[in-house]
Design a protein around this ligand. Structure first.
Ligand code: PGA
Length: 244
């Protein structure tokens, strides 16, 4: 696991965008695993700027998002599909048919998860998987648990995640209680993993991810076992790291 220390959110966003654009330049038809949340917004904005300048071309890439709320569809402003379209896809020359997010509107969770596993499997492998990290160490919506998950599955969100995500809804009551998410094993299959983290409230999760025991109680800790995982984190997120 390689840790790159950056000054702040803006610095993190530019470095993350640099790594993603290098991947797209090296392999124009690559499969990118993408993430939602506050963390990657700055990186997406930077990539849009470079696209507008003609520095990066997304025409041939395919994307696979980590997760989606169960029950929300593309027109719901809180859905992750809506987020991806409005934050990134609508502003670049991507072929929307090659952008994938679990189908939140399929209430049959078994069918929805199986379908997403199939879509990802047919793509072969993900070249670069972008991840944020939850305050509780979750990746995607893989919450702390007794075992690491494998394929796409339906999860009950923990109270801490519901509270963390409530800022994006009118109230915590409106946050869906379940989500479909790629499993930890699927995430680990990506050729390269890029974790972005900023702010003090991520410091404990970042320490557990980088220096703690590998345990499903901190799902991100398994990334220590990946042979090409890069963490881009700012000073605040690294404050609790012993070897910083
Ligand atoms: P955030 O979420 O980027 O909004 O902090 C990260 C996560 O929960 O994975």
């Amino acid at each position: 696991m390689k840790v790159i220390k950056v000054h702040d959110y803006q610095d993190m966003s530019r470095k993350v965008a640099n790594i993603i654009s290098a991947q797209v330049i090296l392999k124009p038809n690559c499969n990118l695993g993408l993430a939602t949340g506050t963390t990657p917004i700055g990186a997406y904005e930077q990539l849009i700027k470079w696209y507008e300048k003609g520095d990066v071309d997304f025409a041939e890439i395919s994307t696979f998002n980590l997760d989606e709320y169960r029950g929300l569809g593309k027109d719901d402003t809180q859905s992750y599909r809506y987020f991806m379209n409005h934050t990134f896809f609508d502003h670049i020359n991507i072929d929307k048919k090659r952008t994938h997010v679990p189908d939140g509107l399929n209430e049959d969770s078994e069918a929805a998860c199986k379908e997403y596993d199939k879509i990802v499997a047919e793509a072969g492998h993900i070249d670069l998987q972008l991840l944020g990290i939850g305050r509780n160490g979750h990746i995607g919506f893989n919450e702390p648990a007794e075992a690491f998950s494998k394929g796409t599955h339906c999860v009950d969100l923990t109270p801490s995640t519901i509270e963390a995500n409530a800022r994006l809804f009118n109230s915590a009551d409106e946050v869906p209680r379940q989500a479909y998410t790629m499993g930890v094993q699927m995430i680990m299959h990506a050729r390269m993993i890029l974790v972005a983290a900023t702010g003090k409230d991520k410091a404990e999760a970042v320490r557990n991810m980088v220096e703690g025991p590998v345990t499903p109680e901190c799902p991100a800790s398994i990334l220590q076992l990946h042979n090409d995982c890069v963490v881009v984190a700012d000073e605040e997120a690294l404050t609790l790291l012993e070897g910083k």
